[in-house]
Design a protein. Sequence first.
Length: 400
Amino acid sequence: MSTLSNRRILLGITGGIAAYKSAELTRLLVKAGAEVRVVMTQAATEFITPLTLQALSGNRVHTTLLDPEAEAGMGHIELARWPDLVLVAPASANFMARLAEGKADDILTTLVLATKAPIAIAPAMNQAMWSNPATQANLDTLRQRGLQIFGPGSGEQACGDVGLGRMLEPGELLGLSEGLFDKRLLSGLRLVITAGPTQEAIDPVRYISNHSSGKMGYALAAEAAAAGAHVTLISGPVALATPERVRRVEVVSADDMLQACLAHVPTCDIFIGVAAVADYRPQQVAEQKIKKAEDTLSLTLVKNPDIISTIAALEQRPFTVGFAAETIDVTKHGAEKLQRKKLDLLFANDARETLGSDSITATALWADGSQALGPASKRTVAGQMLNLIRQHYDLAGKAS
Ligand code: C5P
């Protein structure tokens, strides 16, 4: 069942060509079980008729602030108290400016000012209008006031331009609205998780690797998706099925893994490096299979990039969580890695007990604390780890 079932949604529509998509949005919201009341600015009525929205929402559409008929039924203050969510889609540049100024010069701005419900806007405008510093300043103001900003997307625009400013598609807006009512541990958060070993080629048929099974990373991905997160799992070669609702990106070498991480990290909130990345790779990969000849064979190995340190050093870094599989002084080495790699949180464990096993004992380490986890199944411990990650992610947000 949709989280919007029985929710009251006040859908505001402002004047923009994307207003035609609001008809489909209304249909989707109603189909998800929401009760929808539509409020349109005068400009919006130039793009789509109130009658269409009335037919789709099953409710009278409000277009003017002082409408004797409407005030006799549901007046604007009553209407402001009615919704569980105010969603304005499309939100024009002009509407955002009026909102930022705190104006109440038509029915929609008045409602937004008077309501105590959460407010989400889906900006839609020409790309130059969107990137204009005036619009960006208004956006910052609205964001700071706690408004949810849905999009915009980028692509071809009605005016022929290409760029940021397209209203998100109705299905995407529906999903984001559902997310606002989703109270699961990680709802709406975007996670990138690395898992498994990497393989470093020696020649076309041989490689250097390790015993990592990928089980811990896959357990975390499965638990995180079940807790409402959008999960991208960047995985080295393993024999495990992709968990439900997880996007899996397959890689082979450490270099591949780094490239995949750099491509996905800019749009993620939390990065968890579980992968057992090979620390070294052969300096040269032989083009042909190396023939058996001498009694000894020497390979020169060069250091691989440290993926998690690279991510943690990014200017716009996500909340970064690492793992440390050690064979001696587990906690001591873990604490040293937490510091050296500039991580927010690290889970240290004994490699000999953990590798390939279905269970794990670990110690969670952060700048000024620690907590023992397990022994328990990797799936159970994954849930405990995600609880800690969520707590510390929230704390880091408050601190910054
Ligand atoms: O240094 P060590 O390999 O013990 O560090 C383990 C942590 O660093 C794990 O989170 C692992 O995914 C990450 N790592 C990495 N790139 C490497 C080596 C390790 O991201 N080349």
